[in-house]
Write a protein that binds this ligand. Sequence first.
Ligand SMILES: Nc1ncnc2c1ncn2[C@@H]1O[C@H](COP(=O)(O)OP(=O)(O)OP(=O)(O)O)[C@@H](O)[C@H]1O
Length: 674
Amino acid sequence: VVAVAQTNMADAEALMQLKKSFTNSSSLSSWLITNTDGDKSPCAPGSHEWHGVVCSRGKVTGLRLNGLRLGGTVDVGALVGFHNLRSVSFAGNNFSGPLPAVDRLTSIKSMFFSDNQFTGVLPDDFFSKLSHLKKLWLDHNELSGAIPASIAQATSLLELHLAHNAFSGELPPLPPPALKVFDISWNDLEGVVPEAFRKFDAGRFGGNQYLCYVPTSDRPCKRVQAAAASSSKRSPMAFVTLLVSVVVVALVLCLCCNRSSRVHDFDPAHRGGDGLDERPPVYMVKQFSTTGKRSASWLGKRTRSSLRGHRRAASAAKADELGGGAGDLVIVNNGKGVFGLTDLMKAAAEVIGSGGHGSAYKAVMANGVAVVVKRARDMNRATKDAFEAEMKRLGAMSHANLLPPLAYHYRRDEKLLVYEYIPKGSLLYVLHGDRGMDYAGLDWPTRLKVAVGVARGTAFLHGELAGHEVPHGNLKSANILLAPDFEPLLVDFGYSGLINHMQSPNSMIARRAPECAAGHPVGAKADVYCLGIVLLELLTGKFPSLYLQNAKGGTDLVMWATSAIADGYERDLFDKAITSAWKFALPDMARLMRVAVDCVETDADKRPDMKVAAARVEEVVAAAMATVRERHQAAGGESSRSSSHAQYVRDGSMQRITSVGERSSRRGSNDYSS
Ligand SMILES: Nc1ncnc2c1ncn2[C@@H]1O[C@H](COP(=O)(O)OP(=O)(O)OP(=O)(O)O)[C@@H](O)[C@H]1O
């Protein structure tokens, strides 16, 4: 008895020792040895709950300490005495420094260290003692060096996630014999993927500049080869170009530094904020006014001179036909009337952001109409005729969840695209931005409304633009604008045939789907992947790392959701902002997450097509809204609100609507959230 009591106390003390190695451990305030605990183990019946400590049959079997903002180190010495410990999760914290010597935990089965800042190399014999290990997640850290050849000795290993680190060198010749999932994407590996590794999905090797899944003649598979090739091509002229580029970049950096003080005011990543996960910059309208108002310098020098060349054009008032417009601005949708470049030149303008295609400006014209003008640099893939035909086609699109372009201006080296200005801004901004009133409006029923609207809009595009390589191509929360009633409006769609991907390889989010990272061409299923990411974003409230180009930050939502579903703890992932008030909806959230996870399947062939994905979202949303309605009715309140939303969910949202103002007034009471 004394021995058991000592062991129990040893468990409590070992956990306290572990806690001591953490900094910022306020989330573990329940970890304490109280007088009333006596000799109880943290797992003994009647013992107080120790947050994150998982027990089975009175023994500590797991530690689930993910996402607690813990820092410092992990004292592995404190854990070696837990002989029944099978799973530890320290993912999504702020641990840094070398990875602790977790290979001492020889009976462990799952370890999750993703999304920290661990550095250093893995020792050569790292895997040799981990014969029981089944899952190891080390992705999204700063680990470097070679992948130890001892992985072949991890005989039980089923999943190994090493993505988004700085591992270098070549892959070892053999993977562990039982390995089913292997992800090494976004590292610095080189060489040719050994035959024995080619049974794994090609997408999981993407993002390694010199790693060739299969060798090809047009791509170096070794860093030295690449360096030699580029130096042999370098000419004196290239050197001059390089020098000029450096000077230009330095100048641009200076300008950016000047501007960044303003940008930071609106950048949650630079604010103390609520200390949630690191949230990368979210630029949005309503933030900073820049260029000299009414100077029209924002339109670009060439556009202004092009306008002077076209002054022969009639005044805006006279250009009353679609396809016309004053000063070479071609109106493709007259939802906001007819206007011309001259009207834009006189407009008060402010920068609202800079995306993959170029800068975006808000311009308020003299008649009070506010538009967004986007200057697109790299839309020169199609001929002028093809470009114009495409813009007319996009402008004529009519769906309650699409924001078609209103007008364009064509020049060979730059295009202007004009859209109606949507004051509430994007889902990205509302969800991850300043967390103001609109964020509070993003409750569970509203998120359902956004989810179903996005699915409907994208499915509509997949019908209308079925011939496109990827019908939307740029589906992400920055391109989902929110109407006053939170109806989602997709923007920046249908550009895949217009953008020169050589000049602008990263401007379409669809090209970051795993199959494209592996070198396959973009296809319609990449939109399905992006839809899955948006659904995960709505469910978790987290900023997806997919939206960042190679940068650190955000959350690998695919990894999180997939592993959470596999391990049955998806409920831990849902945004607290929705789970706290809508606890009864947890099963519906889990259903929507399953749809999302099917959409983000790495193998594009295994993803549903857009029609099926959208139908599944419709189905889950209808059921979830029915649950909400029942709850409201049971609580005796707000039944009228919920039934109007049910009506919304039934309505196919396919009316021809030309402007957002019209949308809101037409829909009127047929809405849940407003
Ligand atoms: N019509 C609009 N009304 C209000 N805000 C808009 C509108 N169009 C775009 N925005 C916002 O302006 C910002 C810049 O848009 P832009 O399209 O240039 O970049 P992006 O959407 O971040 O990236 P990408 O160019 O890859 O689509 C984004 O925050 C976007 O949400």
